[in-house]
Design a protein around this ligand. Structure first.
Ligand code: ATP
Length: 339
């Protein structure tokens, strides 16, 4: 059963249509909602929480109707907003206990749950310090803790990696993955970076200008390519020449050789060449696509669409609004992190 389902969902603000006839179903798991700034991610989350009435269409969360059952949805769903207005003078413990009490937990359970949750998000040591002295990463963790404290079945995380440095980003993404795998809580996490969701999410929904661009399992984006990665300790160039002479399409990639698979005999040719040249083979493996490659920018000039020819991607030009390998839409070119 889908945890989120929308049907023809449309949201019009004066002068802008934030969501345009959006129909999508999301199964349990860790799901990424990707789109450039202004694509409609936060608007969708607010509608799903029952906080913003849609102009047209329907939506349900955990089988509850967003138009009629908002309070029930908010009991069962945690929400980490994109921006914060955390009180500077109280500690993380005080704040998260307060949020647990607001969710209806009795005082003792609220304190216990707050302590557990703060430990899970990595804020245990600093939990009695006033939030005003926290770094951006710590503030993001406080927001995450308050979203989890009432033990929701599903959490909406709106741009949780915003403002974090690469190490902080990686830690946050690991934490999000663990929320899904170890705690069994389904996650809808938004990002404007495609690449960072590849190792975090099971599924991604990509929206652009309020329209659905793609909804697909991450695995389907990252299917095996028809290329082998070959690494030898030394003698990369000699091996490359030998394989090219044997009729294989070979190109260097840093320390590696990339070899197009031309049938099962490709493996035999590589093995034999390595033996004949007396090289040490470190690895020979199928290269997997990265999610960003699906949206690689076509180089300028005619006839240059570069969407890789694998099963998950329909042939043809890059979809409209997809402008860079890391970012979807016109919101600015920025390389995706991760992958
Ligand atoms: N209350 C509002 N009134 C008018 N326009 C709005 C309102 N809320 C959102 N919008 C507009 O709707 C569009 C979608 O905004 P939304 O915040 O949902 O995008 P987003 O994908 O979450 O982007 P970001 O990551 O920048 O928050 C934008 O053009 C935005 O300006």
């Amino acid at each position: 059963m889908p945890i989120i389902a929308t049907q023809g969902l449309t949201m019009r603000f004066p002068g802008v249509t934030a969501l345009h006839d959006l129909t999508v179903a999301v199964e349990p798991g860790v799901v990424g909602l990707v789109g450039a700034n202004g694509a409609g991610k936060s608007t969708l989350i607010k509608i799903l929480l029952g906080l913003l009435p849609a102009t047209a269409g329907q939506a349900s969360v955990l089988d509850l109707d967003v138009a009629r059952q908002g309070p029930l949805i908010r009991e069962r769903v945690g929400y980490m907003p994109e921006y914060d207005c955390l009180p500077p003078d109280v500690s993380a413990t005080e704040f998260v206990v307060h949020m647990a009490r607001m969710s209806g937990l009795p005082p003792t359970s609220a304190r216990e749950r707050a302590a557990d949750t703060l430990r899970h998000v990595g804020l245990y040591e600093e939990r009695y310090r006033p939030i005003g002295g926290y770094s951006t990463g710590m503030r993001q963790r406080v927001k995450l803790a308050q979203a989890l404290v009432h033990d929701p079945r599903l959490v909406f995380l709106d741009e949780p990696t915003n403002g974090l440095d690469p190490a902080g980003r990686d830690e946050m993404l690991d934490l999000i993955r663990r929320i899904g795998t170890e705690f069994g809580i389904s996650v809808l996490v938004t990002s404007h970076l495609l690449g960072e969701l590849e190792r975090t999410c099971d599924h991604v929904v990509i929206i652009d200008g309020g329209r659905l661009l793609r909804s697909q399992a991450v695995e389907a984006f990252t299917t095996d390519s028809g290329t082998l990665t070959v690494e030898v300790e030394e003698g990369r160039d000699a091996l490359g020449h030998r394989l090219a002479a044997a009729g294989l399409a070979v190109r260097p990639d840093g320390r590696l050789l990339l070899v197009d698979v031309a049938g099962e005999h490709t493996y035999d040719l590589i093995r034999d060449a390595v033996v004949e040249l007396d090289l040490s083979l470190i690895r020979m493996e199928r290269r997997r696509h990265h999610i960003e490659e699906v949206f690689a920018t076509p180089p300028p000039g005619p006839g240059t669409a570069t969407v890789p020819p694998h099963a998950a991607v329909p042939p043809g030009p890059v979809p409209p609004g997809v402008v860079g390998p890391g970012v979807v839409g016109p919101g600015g070119i920025e390389r995706g992190h991760g992958a």
